[in-house]
Design a protein around this ligand. Sequence first.
Ligand SMILES: Cc1cc2nc3c(=O)[nH]c(=O)nc-3n(C[C@H](O)[C@H](O)[C@H](O)COP(=O)(O)OP(=O)(O)OC[C@H]3O[C@@H](n4cnc5c(N)ncnc54)[C@H](O)[C@@H]3O)c2cc1C
Length: 506
Amino acid sequence: MTARKYDIVIIGSGLGGLVCGVVMAKEGKKVCVLEKNIQYGGNLQTFSRNKAIFDTGVHYIGSLEKGQNLHRYFEYLGIMKELKLLQMDKDGYDLITFDDDETVYRHAQGFEVFGQSLADQFPEEKEAIEKYVKKLVETCESFPLFKLKFDTNYNPSIMEESVSDVLNSLTTNERLKVVLLGSGFLYGSVKPNTPFAVHALSVGSYIQSAWRCINGGSQITKALVKQLRNHGGEIYKRTEVIRAEVENERLKAVFDQNGNRYEAETFISNIDPKLTLKIIGKQHFKKNYINRIENQTPYISVFSLYIVFKKEAFPYRNHNIYHFRNQENVLAATNYTPAEWPENYMLSFAPSHKQKDSAESMTALTYMHFDEVKEWEATFNTAADENIRSERYQQWKNEKTEQFLRKIEKKYPDIREKILSIDASSPLSYRDYIGVENGSLYGYEKDASNPFRTMLTPQTKIPNLWLTGQSINMHGIVGVTIGAMLTCKYLLDEQEFLAKLTATAP
Ligand SMILES: Cc1cc2nc3c(=O)[nH]c(=O)nc-3n(C[C@H](O)[C@H](O)[C@H](O)COP(=O)(O)OP(=O)(O)OC[C@H]3O[C@@H](n4cnc5c(N)ncnc54)[C@H](O)[C@@H]3O)c2cc1C
């Protein structure tokens, strides 16, 4: 057992934890990041099958063009040059399709082009589309950190407008509404009560520019870990924080599963906030804070297929596909009927290394409630071999795989004969690998009818414990990076930090 002392200890090496780690180490702090898994990165983890690399939680990233916000944040972090990226189709990085409509609706890159291309498909809605794009831009710009600013003018009431309020105020064309919302299927904004701002920040960043990570999102992790170490930071895997020592209402140290003690002046938790409370000990928090955290609702989880194609068998598509049974299904996507499952899905492709116009692999993702895997709730597994759970679980997974594949076959009737291998993951995989409640896709839901209850901030009731990650502020790669900057802002001289951030070339 060892006892170590740092300025900052970070629990969890997800994107938020790593970004905070690099920022604070760059600022001269003695930083240590603790990760329970054998791979760093949380949702940025990858795995491989038949030499194809699969992402577990990043299919595309927005705002990475030179001068755009994520590019500037990544430049500041010193990782931009390390990344191998592929820009997705400019005239349609996301395609929205329906079973009951042959039209393929395209989301194009660039706000003007995006509006124009949709207006070509909905000529009678040109004005509504223009207003939507204007609203999208205004909403994104009202978040200071979206523009690399620490304004105090931010108006939190912006979270009170829901996607349905905004879209209903712009148009009565139901098809247009769901086409605008369709890609929200991946980033949790297809519920009527989702704040429009959550939708705007995600879609807005992809409209700016949309990119795939060649060889997976774990390259972001590797680059951040390298920077952390370059700045003198330490990081440990297979190190699960399981308990804490609190003294005089301040967090003094945390302990891992082997009893090693990590003392620090300041702690940042990058893990599920409910788990943070449990580890630190609820007795150290006020009742209303505990209630606020415990009343958060996790996003729905996903069931995913990871398909490796035979050589040069399936064309590479440089876009994602969001497919819905019908337009009613978009806003009701989380209320699927088990008999019809999977009613809607998202497809994302990776190009072959040798033959760029062929797809090496495809990930297919659809919603799934945790209830469907409740039977195996007591099992835990982060080994590559999922068979470990039980034969019955494996059989259930095979049945679901077959059901899902049959749905995809409606779009690509000959896909089955092109498949070399197929694997699947369930909500249990996300619960066990990431430690999120019920395998939540994106942490906790935001709700426009009660934004203050559902928006968690980095501060906690313990003065030297801060939060970061997808459940705080915003989710997704852009949202979590910006959120981590916000967490660091509280720990540094605000103006000096801002000056350094904005010094990155625009
Ligand atoms: C299926 C899926 C697809 C997605 N696709 C995209 C996409 O295309 N584009 C996009 O921008 N975003 C996407 N996201 C979201 C994005 O990946 C996440 O929002 C983001 O990576 C979350 O980062 P985080 O900082 O919250 O950390 P997390 O990823 O939540 O990681 C938390 C880390 O903490 C560790 N941990 C937990 N408990 C402990 C403990 N007790 N001790 C030590 N360590 C612990 C975990 O092992 C994990 O490594 C997707 C997410 C999912 C699930």
